[in-house]
Design a protein around this ligand. Structure first.
Ligand code: ADP
Length: 301
């Protein structure tokens, strides 16, 4: 559904993408992850043919981009990072306006609207103004709107940023339904749990290059020891100096927390019983540990 080879893009002297290769199969949910400034939004804009690459090739839904970007875009539904619904129109009118933008007949849009409203859980809000919707409702409408022309593939740029947990779960439910219906999804996210939950495969991008690619579970297994004990509290520096090297397979201190990575946490936890001023959190390793190991813990902006 998507094949990208050797994609490069510069802004002035800044190399934003440095030879990106991506393959997304039909029916797959693919995650594009990376710290701020890694090049995710630039990649999405290139895929849609909104900007031109310096070199490399893009094939999207069978069309070469940017040459046949218009045809490719007919096959793509886009959910941008910022909701850009028209505030002068009602919920239903927003769906119609978007369908007309894709050159659809009014009757064809009308045939799809009830299903889209149902999908978004907004049937009861069909005639409401956009200003009357909650953040979660607006996001669901933006997602439904992206489906008006029945695209094969969806691009979602941080689909749940700014939403509360309930609203996030509703979006996830909608996305899972789309995947079950056979749609292909490409999403960017800063939420590692979201990526772990939804994606079949993901790529981690940093400084315009891929630093890892694979299924979430496989990435965790290949990059990180199975369990982490996060240790914090008074006396951490001394404890780290005296014990970390012997008790942890690998460790990192970040701010006031020691991350102790191991295949088994028993020995560490046993040792911590003798350090009453320290507290700890014991958990399985996650995609976040992979992400931080590969992209570093420095703040990017
Ligand atoms: P991400 O979406 O991963 O946060 P972006 O693709 O938005 O990253 O940005 C990647 C880099 O490209 C950043 O350093 C950003 O400042 C730069 N950049 C993005 N768009 C432009 C532009 N139109 N002009 C100049 N620099 C840009």
């Amino acid at each position: 559904m998507l094949k990208v080879r050797g994609l490069t893009k510069k802004y002035g002297d800044t190399e934003v993408l440095r030879g990106l290769d991506l393959t997304v199969r039909r029916g797959e949910c693919f995650g594009l992850l990376g710290p701020n400034g890694a090049g995710k939004t630039t990649t999405l804009r290139l895929l849609l043919g909104l900007i031109e690459p310096d070199s490399g090739s893009i094939e999207l839904a069978g069309f070469s981009v940017p040459k046949h970007a218009r045809e490719a875009r007919m096959k793509v539904g886009v959910v941008p990072q910022m909701d850009n619904l028209d505030p002068d129109f009602s919920v239903r009118e927003n769906l119609f306006a978007y369908g007309r933008y894709f050159g659809m007949e009014k009757s064809a849009i009308a045939a799809r609207v009830p299903h889209l409203l149902e999908f978004a859980g907004l049937a009861h809000k069909a005639d409401a103004k956009i200003t009357q919707l909650s953040g979660g409702m607006k996001r669901r409408l933006t997602l439904a709107r992206a489906l008006v022309h029945d695209p094969d593939i969806l691009f979602l740029d941080e689909p749940t940023t700014g939403l509360d947990p309930q609203a996030r779960h509703l979006i996830w439910q909608g996305l899972r339904q789309l995947i079950a219906d056979g749609k292909t999804i490409v999403l960017t996210t800063h939420f590692m749990d979201e990526a772990e939950r939804l994606t079949d495969r993901l790529a981690i991008l940093d400084h315009g290059c891929l630093v890892a690619e694979g299924a979430p579970r496989a990435l965790i297994e290949s990059h990180i020891e199975p369990v982490v004990v996060e240790v914090f509290g008074e006396g951490l520096a001394d404890w780290t100096r005296n014990h970390a090297a012997s008790l942890c397979q690998r460790f990192e201190t970040v701010g006031e927390t020691l991350f102790c990575y191991n295949s088994n946490a028993d020995t560490v936890i046993e040792a911590l019983k003798h350090a009453p001023t320290l507290r700890y959190l014991h958990r399985p390793s996650s995609l976040e540990d992979v992400f931080l190991k590969l992209t570093g813990r420095d703040l990017r902006d």
